[in-house]
Design a protein around this ligand. Sequence first.
Ligand SMILES: Cc1ncc(COP(=O)(O)O)c(C=O)c1O
Length: 446
Amino acid sequence: MNRRDFIRTTSVAGVGLAMGLPNITCAGNSQTQKAAILGGPKAFTGDWSKWPLIGEVEQDELMKVLNSGGWCRLGNKTAPKFEDEFQKCTGAKKALAVSSGTSALYTMLGALGIGPGDEVIIPPYTFIATYNVIVLNYALPVFVDIDIESFQIDADKIESAISSNTKVIMPVHIGGSPYNVDKVHKIAEKHHVPVIEDACQAHLAEWKGKCVGNWGLGGAFSFQESKNLCSGEGGAVITNDDTFYQNCYSFHHQGQGADVASLVPGSGIRGSNLRITEFQAAILLAQMTRLSEQTEKRWENAQYLTKMLKQIPGIKPAKLYNGVTKSAYHLYMFRYDKKAFSGMSRAQFIDALIAEGVPCSSGYTSMTREKYIMDLAQNKYYLSIYGEKRMKEWLESLSCPQNDQLCNEEALWFSQTMLLGTKTDMEQIAEAIRKIARYSAEISKI
Ligand SMILES: Cc1ncc(COP(=O)(O)O)c(C=O)c1O
């Protein structure tokens, strides 16, 4: 099950939450209760929030656009209004709404004139779009392994991956939690390489009090349906650089519409149609009315959950770096050590949690082991641009052991929708895990 399906299936009827009513819960005493997978009662007794949440405000904004007949952003006001709001809430100088998070990343690489022969540094623990936008430009994705404790790019391994061909570092705030901004950006500055932040999962996440997406040359956000701010599909670029903004605007609008000002000579000479529609912008304006409150709720609930889960042997919530002042918690990521659970496999642990009424996923598979990625070494255009020797080296460089260990053995996720619940919900998640731990010897024999 992929991340999007996971978020969809964890978002079951939660009318109570949509209407602002508390979930009805009954904590129970886990000391005396059997694990649900062994026939005991479920630890979770409430309802998970549905997603996306829809109210009158969505209908009003959408009908305004529908009835106006102005459905494209050109010459109309809804997309610019959303851009103003998004720019204000992220604290950026400029925001450009686009058709998806992928488009936001693609626009920025396009505005920088990234192309054949260029290298872009990325982590392997991410959604495939981070990789695809590089390959769409016939540039070479260079993977830097992750810090298994945080699930984020390992900043200490970036410097050795930089070459004279490195044109961009594109780290990802995975799960909505900031990567080590200080360390990554210090290395980038030292080597004069721009940073494009993949903040597609990190709406309103903060490093030292400033929203992510503001630390590099530009930041990309996704508004795909599963995201903390969503409109089915959609995305945005934020930046504090006027020239870069103009080039992004131009790239996303067929190379037209703004004074093309090149950061790199010749970069502003390509373009496409990556524009957002007025319908998407209307939904986003409505969804924005709940974003801050929901972000606070996820942040509070996640911190509470972390306090409880940290006490359970074999469960390690993903580490937040010292500079993190807020995580968006698009995913609640944690690690599982089967040794503390009588050798019970991760798959069995997930089944046992689901039986308790607590949805859980093992998350991403190891990107650098996928055929889709490895086959790039045989792509005829890549062979002609980079040569056989470089592509062979590239294939060998795909080894990311920390990422393999995380993906294949340890990673677990709860979805952002689960963090919209009550404190009791968080307590019941922790209880479910404690119960499974206590009965692990029995469960592992099933
Ligand atoms: C880390 C990351 N980057 C990029 C994207 C691409 O965004 P979209 O699906 O809106 O194109 C996503 C979306 O899932 C993502 O999670």
